[in-house]
Design a protein. Structure first.
Length: 239
């Protein structure tokens, strides 16, 4: 396992007057895909939003490449090289597919080779290049949202449940693109409820329960241990 690019240490986050994250500690090694798992409401989305500075950690540290980013504005955190694909996809419905991608390339014009790689991974984006993003199907919007994060090389990609509500064929396309991104050496922290997809993509895994990290280890070990999955994720016979 390589050295971590991101480390959370005893992070606690409140939303309004609710204590949502109580004690979140884990690391994301460089060049690996780390799965962030846990039952509904465990605090996975809140953890990603805390890393991005969209919610503020009340206590604890968020170390990115050895710098504590917990108090930085979101724009600064993004400039450090972290891409975020939120669960609600964060695309601009009134803009075309092409405009959505162009806007996501914050450091200048889109790199042609990278764009060709992305449209090969997600062919519908090429087909609907000039269409308003709001007219795309749910699966195509999800592809656009992941493509926006991939348009420039980032040091870390945070991706929240990309397969949610998608038909199996679209999940397969998405899985292929994420595998491509992984093969290119990307570091990814991925929230995913689809265990087959988690098993296929994950190197490491972190499990949350009730605002706490309760287990972390290798994804292969979790995938091979049905009893552990049952205990941590409430899954039965999933090995
Ligand atoms: N804006 C908010 N105001 C109040 N409570 C919130 C808010 N957002 C999230 N919560 C609560 O925080 C807890 C953690 O939510 P979070 O979305 O982080 O969980 P999750 O593990 O991502 O779950 P899911 O898989 O259902 O998205 C839940 O109890 C949720 O109801």
């Amino acid at each position: 396992m390589s050295e971590p690019i991101l480390t959370l240490r005893s992070v606690a986050t409140d939303i309004g007057r609710y204590h949502i994250l109580h004690d979140v500690s884990f690391s994301v090694p460089r060049g690996e895909v780390t799965m962030l798992l846990g039952r509904n409401g465990a605090g996975k989305t809140t953890t990603l939003r805390t890393i991005m500075g969209l919610w503020r950690a009340r206590t604890g540290q968020v170390l990115f490449a050895d710098e504590d980013i917990a108090a930085l504005p979101t724009a600064e955190i993004s400039r450090r090289g972290i891409a975020y694909v939120p669960e609600d996809m964060g695309i601009f419905s009134d803009l075309t597919v092409g405009e959505n991608l162009r806007l996501a390339a914050i450091s200048g014009p889109m790199d042609k080779a990278r764009l060709a790689w992305i449209t090969a991974a997600f062919p519908p984006l090429k087909t609907f290049w000039d269409s308003a993003a709001g007219t795309l199907s749910g699966g195509q919007k999800q592809m656009l949202s992941v493509a926006r994060a991939m348009i420039e090389e980032r040091r870390l990609y945070l991706i929240d449940e990309p397969s949610k509500g998608l038909a199996p064929a679209i999940v397969t396309t998405l899985a292929r693109a994420l595998k491509d991104l992984k093969r290119a050496g990307a570091t990814i922290l991925l929230v995913e409820q689809n265990f087959a997809l988690s098993r296929a993509l994950g190197d490491g895994a972190v499990v949350m329960e009730d605002g706490r990290t309760v287990w972390s280890g290798r994804m292969a070990d979790l995938a091979a241990d049905a009893a552990l999955q049952g205990r941590l994720l409430g899954m039965e016979g999933a090995a």
